[in-house]
Ligand binder design. Sequence first.
Ligand code: PEP
Ligand code: MN
Length: 334
Amino acid sequence: MIQASNFFVTLREDGDPKEVASELARRGLWSSPRRNRDGQTTLAVEARSAVVNPRELETIPGVASVFTAGFDCMLLEKQPKIVAVGDQFIGEAPTVVAGPCSVESKEQIADIAGELAGGGVRFLRGGAFKPRTSPHSFHGHGVKGLEWMREAADTYGMQVVTECLSEEDADAVSALADVMQVGSRSMSSQALLNRVGRCGKPVLLKRGMASTIKEWLLCGERLLMAGASAVVFCERGIRSFDPWTRNVLDLGAVAMLSHGFGLLVMADPSHGAGRRDLVLPLAYASTVAGATGVMVEVHNDPGKAVSDGPQALTPREAIVLNQRLQDGFAVAAG
Ligand code: PEP
Ligand code: MN
């Protein structure tokens, strides 16, 4: 599958440009004709057209060839649609990954894990190595935080999702996490992607806040090439001009990855919106758009969170979210 703006459809001598153009339009592709120097007609497929398999277009009568000036995502294309993580599966029932922005203490992560697991949430998140915009902010408890989170997850039968911030920490994170997260600020670090990929684990790849979908996909491809067992994409919002939300959660990208490319994609409405009042509506909207799950930040005392308190849900809210998704919200929503 490829985004339509990446290719050109060349016609046979006897091909009728109008007929081929209308066949393309039937498939959601807008095109404009160009006459080559050698007299051949080419239809340039315009940006914002649908996502299609270019090989299928070669069967349209009058089409000679389809030229894709595209990119190679053959490893992503071959990736299984369901990923096993411990006794859980991503890509089946909606996945809810929940937990604090930062692992703050052994008690905090154990309390939150206990509450979430009691309500049926099976994936625990939490930052032990924290990327922070200001160098003066809290950067996490490191390996100690990872150990607290592992213990909490094992106590309550949960899977751990946590960020690997640097190549140096990759082995420690790999040893204690079930899914290694690559964060928005690190998405385009090729050295980190190669190193994380080499650990051979499933990776949750967050979208760079100013990265195109194509760049994001190619980073996923790189992880698989380096040895990651699977890549799950995570849309977490892109930069915009409006300060009322922290980012703009790009549900178009979620739909494109899910429906257009058939990839596993989750959404993180916590960082997407930056405000807890918008997290639940955006979480539901994400699953309707095609997300296989959501990652949400949760704190047992959001007012006292050391990072990202304004966007943290309570454990109870995350449990209700999980319940509604398991009950088929995405299907039931009109
Ligand atoms: C996070 O999920 O902990 C995080 C820092 O998110 P992002 O990389 O999307 O900013
Ligand atoms: Mn956060």
